[in-house]
Ligand binder design. Structure first.
Ligand code: UD1
Ligand code: MG
Length: 451
């Protein structure tokens, strides 16, 4: 059975107090809408339709960047969840199969849960995802009769007896496409909120003599995000899950709660992560590496056996080969470091390639930017860059070459050469002693005048 994924993401999200559409707020470095798309992707949908409204252009651009095959349709006014699904009607006019509806602000539904819904579909015309709520609040209530779901009643329309039900609607619904759109045509807005409720599909299906059922999932999967507080809670839930997953795969997190991961962080087994490390999106760390405390990594690759930090910053395009060492207060951007290269202290390496076993001294800077353009620095194998070398790019330091400390290197250094590019030292015997005396007497005079 082929499946179309419809994600509702047109709402404004007033309680976020934000200029950004709610579904574009990020959890673990990815918009919550992208999380919802990723969980839906587990069903390998033949079609993906996103219903956008508020911040339409921004939502469309985000969707295009994540899944260029997805269709984004516009729901002009937000008249309720059924009205929102109806906005996908034309996009799915030629589609035969099941539709699964997800909410863009409910990003944590597990792929296994969606698979369970697909399994439960069988002879049921509609399958709804429910959960036992610890605090049912204003969720829609699922009115069950044994295995059969008779109706979903919105809180605002529910009787006291119905409000006492704790089995609640998550919002996720699975149904045959043609049947769903036909039932949506019958939905009216004669309810407390004067909205077109998607939830009314259940009662309509029952009236048609079709069977409907509900599948249950863990409450944490259905967390809907309506405020910054919910966003922080969602981040916490994601982080906890992701840390646990990594540890189960054999990664050591010395202080799990202080490590922040992204939606796409990949770390190999036997890698050790010290406290307070931040993984922004796009990081892969191979097995047996060691990321020391207070490091920040983004868009980079760390190979087996490499040691990074403490206090290191790896920016996009940093590629560390095996056994590379990156020490404290070192920033690496768009640079390839070959096997065993060492950059241990207070250094910036940007737009560069560093050969195997090269040693970069403290305080080295690749001067890669002239104010207008970026330029490349190439450092050869086993080269030794003296402390406080300025490498004014574009420039090449050859294999096995050296630069003297404090050099400003503006020209290429041949293989095996030593480049010295600094003023020659001159010693003036006894002059320091005289200078001290002069300065001290000046100060004494000043102090006297002040009294
Ligand atoms: C909905 C359900 C409720 C369920 C709850 C779970 C209905 C009628 N009610 O209520 O049973 O317990 O979710 O969180 O479905 N949206 C649109 N266009 C609209 C309206 C909504 O795109 O016109 C989108 C929103 O952006 C959001 C989702 O649909 O992503 C849910 O809408 P929301 O207004 O939050 O529904 P609830 O009142 O929470
Ligand atoms: Mg809601």
């Amino acid at each position: 059975m082929s499946i179309a994924l419809v994600i509702l993401a047109a709402g404004k999200g007033t309680r976020m107090q934000s200029d950004l559409p709610k579904v574009l707020h990020e959890i673990a470095g990815a918009p919550m809408l992208v999380h919802a798309m990723q969980s839906g992707a587990a069903l390998d949908p033949a079609r993906v339709v996103i219903v956008a409204g508020h911040g339409f252009e921004a939502v469309r651009d985000t969707v295009a960047a994540h899944d260029p095959d997805a269709t984004v349709v516009r729901q002009k006014d937000q008249k309720g969840t059924a009205h929102a699904v109806d906005a996908a009607r034309d996009a799915l006019a030629d589609f035969d199969g099941d539709v699964i509806v997800l909410f863009g602000d409910t990003p944590f539904v597990r792929p296994e849960t969606l698979t369970n819904m697909v399994k439960a579909r069988g002879d049921n015309a509609v399958v709804v995802l429910g959960f036992e709520a610890t605090d049912p609040g204003k969720y829609g209530r699922l009115v069950m009769q044994d295995q059969s779901l008779e109706a979903i009643v919105e809180y605002a329309d529910a009787t006291d007896q119905q409000r006492a039900i704790s089995f609640c609607n998550s919002g996720v619904m699975l149904a045959d496409s043609k049947a769903l759109f036909s039932m949506i045509s019958e939905i009216e807005s004669d309810n407390a909120q004067e909205e077109y409720y998607l939830t009314d599909v259940v009662a309509i299906a029952r009236k048609r003599g079709l069977s409907v059922t509900a599948v249950a999932c863990a409450e944490e999967e259905t967390l809907g995000i309506n405020s910054r507080l919910h966003l922080a809670e969602a981040e916490g839930i994601f982080q906890e899950r992701a840390r646990r997953d990594l540890m189960e795969l054999g990664v050591t997190l010395q202080d799990p709660a202080s490590v922040m991961l992204s939606h796409d962080t990949v770390i190999g087994r036997d890698t050790v992560i010290e406290p307070n490390v931040y993984f922004a999106p796009g990081v892969t760390v191979e097995s047996g590496a060691h990321i020391r405390a207070f490091s920040h990594l983004e868009g980079c690759h760390v190979s087996r056996g490499a040691i990074v930090g403490p206090y290191a910053r790896l920016r996009p395009g940093a590629e560390l080969a095996e056994d590379v060492r990156i020490g404290n207060f070192v920033e690496i951007k768009n640079a390839i470091l070959d096997e065993g290269a060492k950059v241990n202290h207070l250094t910036y390496i940007g737009d560069a390639s560093v050969g195997a076993a090269a040693n970069i001294g403290a305080g080295t800077v690749t001067c890669n930017y002239d104010g207008v353009m970026k330029h490349k620095t190439t450092i050869g194998k086993r080269a030794f860059i003296g402390s406080d070398t300025m490498l004014v790019a574009p420039v090449t330091v050859g294999d096995g070459a050296m630069t003297a400390s404090g050099s400003v290197i503006t020209e290429d250094v041949p293989d095996g050469a030593l480049a010295v590019a600094r003023a020659k030292q001159v010693n003036k015997p006894g002059l320091a002693v005289k200078l001290f005396e002069l300065l001290k007497s000046k100060k004494a005079k000043q102090d006297k005048e002040r009294v």
